[in-house]
Design a protein around this ligand. Sequence first.
Ligand SMILES: NC(=O)c1ccc[n+]([C@@H]2O[C@H](COP(=O)([O-])OP(=O)(O)OC[C@H]3O[C@@H](n4cnc5c(N)ncnc54)[C@H](OP(=O)(O)O)[C@@H]3O)[C@@H](O)[C@H]2O)c1
Length: 233
Amino acid sequence: MHSPIAVIGGAGRTGVIITRRLLEQGHRVRVVSRDPERAVLPPAVEKHRADVRYADSLGDALRGCSGVVFTVEPGTADSGPHSPETTVYDGVRNVLAVVADGGRRPHVVLVSQIFVTRREHPMNAYGRLLDWRLRGEDEVRASGLPYTVVRPSWLTDSDVAGARVRLEQHDRGNGWVSRKSVAEACVQSLRLPAARGRTYELYNEPGKEPTDWGPLFDRLLPDRVPAYLGPVH
Ligand SMILES: NC(=O)c1ccc[n+]([C@@H]2O[C@H](COP(=O)([O-])OP(=O)(O)OC[C@H]3O[C@@H](n4cnc5c(N)ncnc54)[C@H](OP(=O)(O)O)[C@@H]3O)[C@@H](O)[C@H]2O)c1
């Protein structure tokens, strides 16, 4: 039996789509949620109760996984348990520490967002969300694990902006992307080696959804790992 893939936030709106697609592809899937019994999930999933803010809650959920998708809503408080610092910075660090324990090297797919490098954006007024997201990304890039950082543009529940997918790098754009496309990006990033060590932004545009993500990933530049991970000022 294959090693499972853990979807942290797998009971959320994008997470459920990721979970279903992974199951369709024959993977074992662990949905990691603070309250997995509340969620309506396919019967085949393994449900794990855990919270990224508490490293000691994550061991059973992440043990033995070959892949981990982190798609966690960050919260907007300036500090404390519902702050981005706690969820998408400390939370990412907790996950990385737990998965690396025991010598396994799962592929980590981090769902982040566009605008993380544009600190002046008003979103950064909410708990310095953009700063902490970027710091979480940096931790993943510096982890030494195989990884992909996916930066969705603004999320929609339909393909109102189109079903075609455009990948960009360097965080200059703006636009919309469906949760379905984000989910597919995560699944394909786990599947295709060309997505490893890459950070990319994700947009929809008019046209058909891709049947092969290989050429999209092939055009991406590899990341440069930040030399210095200092505190946010
Ligand atoms: N809204 C946008 O336009 C936009 C744009 C770009 C990126 N994003 C990001 O894309 C991702 C997916 O968005 P979405 O709207 O599909 O998400 P969502 O439906 O809000 O689901 C997010 C999940 O995060 C989980 N979560 C929150 N705190 C957690 C914790 N401490 N430990 C474990 N799990 C926790 C929740 O799971 P449980 O309640 O089951 O624990 C929830 O199901 C999120 O990271 C979001 O911030 C959003």
